[in-house]
Design a protein around this ligand. Structure first.
Ligand SMILES: [Zn+2]
Length: 165
């Protein structure tokens, strides 16, 4: 399972300073099922299934600008929810050229999981997902960075998006 990590520091010369300014949209070229963006009770926008999705199917690729660990740090915590740590060096910034997968919210009991295949981040269904259901993934923030409260509402909610120590 790939890990989404937060990094600290201030962004400097990037075009999009505020994550809220990142216009929510889905790129149909990367969607394998009919999906829809809509406001979410979990956090701002969410991605919803517009048709029933069987288990273990590729739903959408998480795309974005490929940046180094140092650059990810520089872009900082304001873009927390759009930075996906691919490996020990590369991070994908979904706020730049994102497919819309960056709007999939965290949940402690998710219905989607990420899989890294040859440098591509694929979001796959973990079970049947009903039409109208919000897609969620476990961001797996590390335990040793600033704690981010979780509002996923799952019965097994950890209380934070970070993993427990
Ligand atoms: Zn939770």
């Amino acid at each position: 399972m790939a890990v989404k990590k937060k990094s600290s520091g201030q962004s400097a010369s990037i075009a999009i300073e505020d994550p809220a300014a990142h216009e929510p949209k889905l790129d149909p070229r990367h969607c394998k099922f009919r999906l829809r963006l809509a406001p979410s009770a979990i956090h701002r926008w969410g991605v919803y299934a517009e048709e029933r999705i069987p288990p273990y199917r590729k739903i959408i690729e998480y795309t974005g600008e490929r940046i180094s660990r140092r650059e990810a740090k520089r872009r900082g915590e304001r873009r927390l929810h759009y930075l996906f740590t691919l490996d020990s060096y590369w991070t994908i910034d979904g706020a730049v050229g994102g497919s819309g997968a960056e709007f999939i919210n965290h949940c402690c009991e998710p219905n989607v999981q990420s899989q890294v295949v040859k440098g591509h981040i694929l979001y796959k269904s973990m079970r049947w997902i009903e039409k109208g259901e919000e897609l969620t993934v476990d961001y797996h923030f590390p335990h040793d960075v600033e704690k981010v409260p979780c509002a996923c509402g799952a019965s097994a909610c950890r209380g934070t998006i970070n993993l427990k120590d």
